[in-house]
Design a protein around this ligand. Structure first.
Ligand code: NZQ
Ligand code: ZN
Length: 384
């Protein structure tokens, strides 16, 4: 097992009617900036629940954080926060709102001129305004991790940062808030969580039987509960199970001491930046072909997954691995998630050329062995 530090300071408050807990979770004398997205929370009663729980506090509001949150918009929120001297940020929404608020929290305290340096140059986030979250879309794990992914309209870039200072103080997880998710977003969430586990699991063994089984437990649960959720979106227990899976998929616990990949995510971010696909849509396209290209170095893990997650025990290791990848593709497709660029009328050769050029320009190599050079990324995308 590799060395690791596990730091998970977020208080998770899970279940029906838990938004009312904001009354005690948000500091009493705080000047709060409540930040949300395009308006879903105004249609499903979440906005009312939040404002009621914050009654009596000084609360400012900023709405309009876009999916794939834009730097340009978040800088406006940071300006408002500074102007009103707010000292607590409350994110209410999906991963995009949460990620945007993490960036705003860092930008408000960033000493240099342009906070974009946090993303483009890896500038240090020494401090951030404290933040809490009310999650309405289980998918990213952003509610209890240190990561944020930001997009910049003017340059069509999508870049990530990680900082301890932006880990949420608390996350309210009320599965009832997810009943209003469109099927597309529900599906996206299941696939994103599944791929988060894969990035931390489908690599090579460093003898971590506990983490392996924790990862397999999440994968197996998603495979069981995902189709159930799409068939019965109003079932509370299924919503709750998916929500808890998504949090655990990227709260960094299963990643302790193991080799991690994240190439699918890095390639996917470029596809979102270049073509506007949803985050999870990019992952469902890239992961199957990436696994096929990398099946030599990932063989032991993929065979273990074929046996333990898909129950494939017959045949050779090679045939089990391929059958497991086919089962994964069928699982994605069964949720209504396309797995080919053609579904979005994108030519694989075009994606291969554009994405690999960006990686050449940035000197990026990817994967748990850092063996995915821009050329090899291009080869993967040509097969997508
Ligand atoms: O903006 P509103 O009106 O709220 O609508 C949103 C948005 O249009 C809607 N929605 C959210 N909750 C809803 C709802 N509609 C009805 N009922 C509800 N309860 O759903 C749409 C998509 O929301 P978004 O937040 O964009 O989705 P998601 O949670 O999938 O977040 C995606 C973003 O997170 C990043 C992605 O790259 C992408 O930018 N990620 C963040 C990670 C992290 N911080 O750890 C890791 C991930 O790998 C990912 O990269
Ligand atoms: Zn993801």
């Amino acid at each position: 097992m590799n060395n690791f530090t596990f730091f998970a300071p977020t208080r998770l408050v899970f279940g029906k009617g838990t938004i009312g807990n904001l009354a005690t979770l948000v500091p009493q004398n705080a000047r709060v900036l409540m930040i949300y997205g395009g308006g879903s929370i105004r249609k499903n009663g979440v906005y009312e629940q939040v404002t009621k729980a914050l009654n009596g506090r000084t609360v400012f509001e900023f709405g309009g954080i876009q999916p794939n949150p834009l730097y340009e918009t978040c800088m406006q929120a940071a300006e408002l926060g500074k102007k009103e001297s707010v000292d607590f940020l409350l994110a209410v929404g999906g991963g995009s709102v949460l990620d945007g608020v993490k960036f705003i929290a860092a930008a408000m305290r960033f000493p240099a001129s342009d906070p974009w340096d946090i993303l483009a140059k890896g500038a240090e986030v020494a401090s951030a305004v404290p933040l809490g979250t009310v999650l309405t879309l289980p998918a990213t794990g952003s509610e209890s991790n240190s990561f944020s992914v930001m997009s910049r309209k003017s340059t069509s870039e999508k870049l990530a940062f990680s900082a301890e200072a932006v880990i949420p103080r608390f996350a309210i997880l009320d599965p009832q808030t997810t009943f209003t998710l469109p099927a597309k977003q529900t599906r996206n969430g299941v696939v994103d969580a599944f791929v988060h586990v894969m990035e931390q699991y489908a690599t090579y063994s460093v003898n971590t039987p506990l983490q392996d089984r924790q990862a397999e437990a999440i994968l197996t649960t998603l495979v069981e509960e995902g189709p159930r959720l799409l068939a019965g979106p109003n079932d509370y227990d299924t919503r709750a199970n998916i929500m808890w899976c998504a949090t655990q998929a990227l709260n960094t616990l299963i990643g302790c001491g193991v080799a991690q990949d994240w190439a699918t995510h890095m390639i996917g971010h470029e596809l979102t930046a270049l073509y506007g696909l949803d985050h999870a849509e990019t992952l469902a396209i890239v992961l199957p072909q990436l696994l096929r290209h990398q099946k030599q170095t990932k063989a032991a893990r993929l065979d273990q997954m074929a046996k333990r997650v898909w129950g494939i025990t017959a045949g050779s290791a090679e045939s089990r691995i391929e059958a497991g990848i086919v089962r994964m593709v069928e699982f994605f497709e069964s949720l209504g998630m396309p797995t080919r660029l053609a579904a979005y009328k994108i030519a694989p050769a075009d994606a291969a050329a554009k994405v690999s050029k960006r990686f050449v320009d940035r000197g990026t190599t990817l994967g748990e062995h850092q063996d995915l050079t821009p050329d090899r990324v291009a080869a993967i995308l040509k097969d997508c």
